[in-house]
Structure formats: structure tokens, C-alpha cells
Design a protein around this ligand. Structure first.
Ligand SMILES: *Cc1c(COP(=O)(O)O)cnc(C)c1O
Length: 373
């Protein structure tokens, strides 16, 4: 029996993917050269559709990598000479921070307990070089070059709201901001006039097979990478920002890329544009509300994240009274797969992905199956 996946990545495929795979086969996308006009057209189409969907200005390039994990490394190598600052509240934000440490940067850590999130109000505001509002707040130190944020901490279902990210960047304009939006793009609305870089991989909310990272990055980051290179820093060999960017100008990539997935991503982004980003966001909110209301009202469950502002609309995490292993088995018998808890919470939580690929009707079917027996 085919299953419906509510797992937070890999996830249920977007409903149109099967059709696009058929077309890709008919068009022999798996065989075309990555130095051909046919490929450049595919890259350009994907670029245009993502630009429209996420409202990305011409100051930013859209680059392709192997995965989001690769982008953590590329961002640190290309945009940080000495110091980076990281907000950490779960496994994925931790890995971004770990990457900076592995690459021997001087890192600053702002950590919160699992299940808690970050707000604009946590930080000292800096306006025109003057500091205000310092009591009990965190100041991003002067020498920090890059701030790494995670819009959606997939391990715990905690979001940092787009409005807070945008406001924080406006308060620290001189620093480069890079946002991991792997499990929330295209839901999170970032202001790319301000946010320097963001990235995702395609097997989460875009509902595609895994194996492609998407790096949105602006000219300021490029200039930084070039200055690091000029100073003899290592900025990557397989992929560096200047080489990715140079190839991008011609809608090409340094290596033979995942042409297949670049094609599918363009098609799915086009479908999402047809639905409309505002509709996708509204539907995501409506489905999320259904899920969290259920978790609050149903015996045997509670939302793991206490502050409603921090509850992720795209990945809901629930504490379960019954062993989540048994619950997951029970739901599976009804034809649906939900994620287990992450790490230590493996048997006491479930994670439910609320990505655009699943409809309200499917969410209702899941909640029906989750009712206590
Ligand atoms: C899944 C995930 C990643 C890593 O993505 P890969 O495609 O496995 O490299 C990074 N950040 C977040 C928030 C994620 O959910």
C-alpha cells in the first residue's frame, strides 16, 4: 500500500512531481549536457520561478550545491575570515555552529534550551552605531562578520519568525546574515533587500527527491569571498562562491550538477507560483492551526513548543503519552507515516511535517488516525 508521508524530510512528494518526472523522461533531461543551451534554459527557468516565489532581487544569485549541509561549509568558508555568531536551539542550528568551529573560526554562541526560540527582542538594538535597550539582552559583538540563523529548527519544531529575522538584520546592517530555511522555504517570508543569504535543500518543503542544495546569496557575500581569496584564505575547491557565481552568470555550474532535480525544482516552483505564495502561506497556517488545536485539545498529546509564536507552522512536534513508537505503528496501519522524535526524544515525541505537498483533507485524515483508541 502506498503511504502518505508526514515526515520532515525526505517528505511526501509535491503532487505534480510524478507528472514532471514523466515529462523529464520524455525530454531526456537525464542525458543532456550541462554545457548545452537546453541545460542553461532549465537553470534559467528554475532561477526565474524561485525568484518570483521567494521575492529574490537581482542582487542575489541562486546557486546549486550537493545539499544544505554543504552550504553550511561554503557560507563559513566564503563569508567569514575570523568571527561568526550563531543562534542554537537544536540539532540543525548546532551543526551550522559546529561547522564554523570545525573550520577554526572564532565563534559566538547564543544558545536556548530545546523547544525555545529566538525573537528580535532577545537582542540589543543598534541604531546608527548607538546602542539602546541593553538590559538582559544579547549584543552581537562588533567583530562578528556573519550571523547564522535557523528559520526553522527541524529537530524541535521551533521557528524564528520572518519578521523577527528581518528586523534583527535591520538592526545589525553591517553584518552578513545567513538564514537556514531548509524546512520552511517557501513559507518563511524573508526580506532579501536585507538578508544577505539563505538556503534550503529540496527534500523538505519543496517535496522533491533529495540531492540538491539551493544557495541564495548576494553581491556583498561575493565581495567578501573575493577579499578572503585575495588574502590567501581557503574558500573551497570543489565549490567556492566566486566559481559558482561566475558559472551562474552563464546559467551553468562548475561541475556536472543534479540536472534532473534542478529541472523538477523549476517545475514545482512554477506550480507553486500558479497556486500563489500567499495562498500557500495561508493554507500552511490553516493546516498548522488544525494540528496545534488538536494537540492542545486531545488527551494523550501536547504541543512540545510552549510559546505559540515559536511553534513552527511547517514542522509540528508533539509530546506523546503513549510510546511514540507504538503510535507511529498505529498511524502507519492507516497508511500514513509521521516522523519520530529527534535524538533523545525519539520515543516520547512525534514530528509532523506540514509542507505544501499535503492538503487540509490529508491533515484531517492524519488527525483522525491520531485520536486515542
Ligand atoms: C534537513 C536539514 C538540513 C540538512 O539538509 P541536507 O539536505 O541533509 O543537507 C539543514 N538544516 C535544517 C534546518 C534541516 O532541516
Amino acid at each position: 500500500m502506498s503511504q502518505l508521508y508526514f515526515t520532515p524530510g525526505p517528505a511526501e512528494l509535491y503532487p505534480t512531481v510524478a507528472q514532471h518526472i514523466q515529462t523529464a523522461l520524455a525530454e531526456q533531461v537525464g542525458s543532456i549536457s550541462h554545457r548545452s543551451a537546453a541545460f542553461r534554459k532549465i537553470y534559467q527557468h528554475t532561477d526565474e520561478q524561485l525568484r518570483a516565489l521567494l521575492n529574490i532581487p537581482s542582487s542575489h544569485a541562486i546557486l546549486f550545491t550537493g545539499s544544505a549541509t554543504e552550504i553550511w561549509e561554503r557560507v563559513i568558508q566564503n563569508c567569514v575570515e575570523f568571527e561568526s555568531f550563531h543562534c542554537v536551539n537544536g540539532s540543525f542550528s548546532q551543526k551550522f555552529y559546529d561547522t564554523a568551529n570545525d573550520l577554526k573560526k572564532f565563534t559566538h554562541l547564543f544558545e536556548k534550551p530545546l523547544g525555545q526560540g529566538f525573537d528580535y527582542d532577545d537582542f540589543v538594538k543598534v541604531t546608527d552605531g548607538t546602542t539602546e535597550d541593553t538590559s538582559g539582552k544579547v549584543k552581537i559583538p562588533d567583530y562578528v562578520e556573519l550571523v547564522g540563523l535557523t528559520a526553522n529548527e527541524t529537530s524541535t519544531g521551533v521557528q524564528m519568525r520572518g519578521v523577527d529575522i528581518n528586523k534583527l538584520k535591520r538592526s545589525y546592517r553591517s553584518k552578513l546574515f545567513c538564514v537556514d530555511m531548509v524546512s520552511s522555504a517557501p513559507y518563511h517570508s524573508l526580506d532579501f533587500e536585507e538578508v544577505d543569504s539563505a538556503f534550503f535543500s529540496v527534500q523538505k518543503s519543496f517535496g522533491l527527491p533529495a540531492g540538491l542544495g539551493v544557495w541564495i546569496v548576494n553581491e556583498k557575500c561575493l565581495a567578501k569571498a573575493e577579499s578572503l581569496k585575495a588574502k590567501d584564505n581557503v574558500i573551497g575547491s570543489y565549490h567556492s562562491l566566486p566559481s559558482l557565481w561566475k558559472n551562474y552568470k552563464n546559467f551553468e555550474t562548475p561541475e556536472t550538477p543534479n540536472v534532473w532535480n534542478i529541472y523538477l525544482l523549476g517545475k514545482v516552483a512554477e506550480d507553486m507560483n500558479r497556486v500563489g505564495i500567499e495562498t500557500i502561506r495561508r493554507e500552511t497556517d490553516a493546516k498548522a492551526k488544525k494540528i496545534y488545536d488538536f494537540l492542545e485539545k486531545t488527551e494523550g498529546y501536547e504541543p512540545y513548543v510552549k510559546n505559540p509564536d515559536h511553534r513552527s507552522p511547517t514542522v509540528a512536534v508533539a509530546n506523546t503519552i503513549e510510546s511514540s513508537k507504538e503510535l507511529i505503528e498505529r498511524i502507519k496501519k492507516e497508511g500514513m507515516i509521521v516522523g519520530s522524535g529527534y535524538g533523545k526524544a525519539k520515543d516520547s515525541q512525534i514530528r509532523i511535517a506540514n509542507f505544501p505537498a499535503v492538503s487540509m483533507e490529508q491533515v484531517e485524515r492524519l488527525l483522525q488516525a491520531m485520536k486515542p483508541v
